[in-house]
Design a protein around this ligand. Structure first.
Ligand code: UGA
Length: 431
């Protein structure tokens, strides 16, 4: 099928590459000319495992092209996907101006029937607004359908998530559009769930909020475990073995971050408020998330006494492992707080250093070329991102480079007994 995708960010780019991989002909549209030029030259603006190979392969096969012209995309495809950012406003609500602009631009170049699919995370009832906008700006009164098809990919495993999804959600009020959408997803051999437009939009916010709730639940339990001497990992294993609960997203840590959860949970609280419901449960999820970071900082402060003039080695800057994304990264927020309190920080991340560098203006912050360099003369090391690479560091040699081996593992990535054997005063979360 001929498809176009407006917006070449994480979702748009990975979706485009995966659609091309299963045989569709895909045009990726982006209004950022320099990004389009970069992509046309074979440079991929984000780090995502497997993405570069997939893009190169499908570009070479002639199934994937890039353009800055929305008209070119809309006129040469049967289905137009919208995958533009929906950033948060100051009050937590969602800024839908990019979606609205794309709806107007698509409407202006419509010449025959098209299915217009929203893939961005949007508040319930946005599809209705998109349909009204397209109807208003579609001067030739061409027939069209609007569909909601939320995306559930995770950064760091986006290609795998898209190629083998748990489910595909298609929210539509037209049989014709559902038939077209089923045809697009047929090669993925996945479970397809057809709903009305509003339900599909709600599923996305409901799913992300529930996952964040699981994380906050286990983080709250981690505080109980610390106070009682229980081990949060054992508790999570025991709970997670019940298939009604599941073990996934029960890893205690320094709290969730990233470009999705913090924004989506506040948005969902706001959306609920506008619909007349005070979602106190989700407010508590946010509260626990912020408190978890505070608890971690308190533990470090109590051990080091004061941050001023201390040299902290920071392992990890990305909001989670396997990505170079630093948006709303708890690792960065921790670093900024410690710098504010007078600490000096030497940091290392396998992929995120380029994106993190502009966020640090302080003289007290330096990037290192390796994890070993971070340990040199450090008063303590903080592990803040769950990179598997950090498991295989030579922790014995790291200990010998430090002033005194103190390690705060914010992701429960390392084995406490092993770390004690290396001589570390080792702290982790809830165990
Ligand atoms: C999340 C959802 O998992 C995706 O399904 C969704 O499509 C995406 O948001 C989105 O809305 O676009 P993502 O933000 O890429 O994906 O990352 P996650 O793997 O969900 O992790 C989010 C945060 O939670 C990270 O900071 C991670 O470190 C943290 N986390 C995750 C935990 O602290 N504990 C866990 O057990 C799992």
């Amino acid at each position: 099928m001929k498809l176009s995708i407006v917006g070449s960010g994480y979702v748009g780019l990975v979706t485009g590459a995966c659609f091309a991989e299963v045989g569709h002909s895909v045009i990726c549209v982006d209004n950022d000319q320099s990004k389009v030029k970069q992509l046309q030259a074979g440079q991929i603006p984000i780090y995502e495992p497997g993405l570069e190979e997939l893009i190169k392969k499908n570009v070479a096969a002639g199934r994937l092209t890039f353009t800055a012209s929305i008209a070119e995309g809309v006129q040469n495809s049967e289905v137009v996907f919208i995958a533009v950012p929906t950033p948060p406003r100051e009050d937590g609500s969602v800024d839908l101006s990019f979606i609205e602009k794309v709806a107007r631009e698509v409407a202006a170049v419509l010449t025959e029937y098209r299915v217009i699919v929203d893939k961005s995370t949007v508040p319930v009832k946005t599809g209705d607004k998109v349909a009204q906008t397209i109807a208003r700006y579609n001067k030739k009164k061409v027939e069209f359908d609007v569909v909601s098809n939320p995306e559930f990919l995770r950064e760091g495993s986006a290609v795998a998530d898209l190629m083998k999804p748990d489910r595909i959600v298609i929210g539509a009020d037209s049989e014709k559009a559902v038939k077209t959408m089923r045809a697009i997803y047929e090669p993925f051999k996945a479970k397809i769930l057809v709903t009305d437009l509003n339900s599909a939009e709600l599923i996305k916010h409901a799913a992300n909020s529930f996952l964040a709730l699981k994380i906050s639940y286990i983080n709250a339990l981690s505080a109980i475990c610390e106070a009682s001497g229980a081990n949060v990992e054992m508790v999570a294993d025991g709970m997670g073995a019940d298939h009604r609960i599941g073990r996934a997203f029960l890893n205690a840590g320094i709290g969730y971050g990233g470009s999705c959860f913090p924004k989506d949970i506040s948005a969902f609280i706001k959306i609920s408020e506008e619909l007349g419901y005070d979602f106190k449960l989700l407010k508590e999820v946010e509260h626990i998330n912020a408190h978890q970071r505070e608890r971690f900082l308190k533990k470090i402060r109590e051990t080091l006494w004061v941050f001023k003039d201390k040299q902290i080695g920071l392992l990890g800057l990305a909001f989670k492992g396997n990505t170079d994304d630093v948006r709303s990264s708890v690792a960065i927020e921790l670093a900024q707080q410690m710098l504010k309190e007078g600490a000096k920080i030497k940091a290392y991340d396998p992929k995120a250093m380029d994106k993190a560098a502009p966020l640090f203006k302080s003289k007290g912050f330096t990037m290192c070329a390796s994890a070993e360099e971070v340990a040199e003369g450090a008063d303590a090391i903080i592990l803040a991102t769950e990179w598997v690479d950090f498991k295989t560091i030579d922790w014995g040699s790291m200990a010998s480079k430090m002033i005194s081996p103190i390690l705060f593992d914010g992701r429960n990535l390392l084995n406490p007994d092993k770390m004690s054997k290396f001589g570390y005063q080792y702290f982790s979360i809830g165990r």
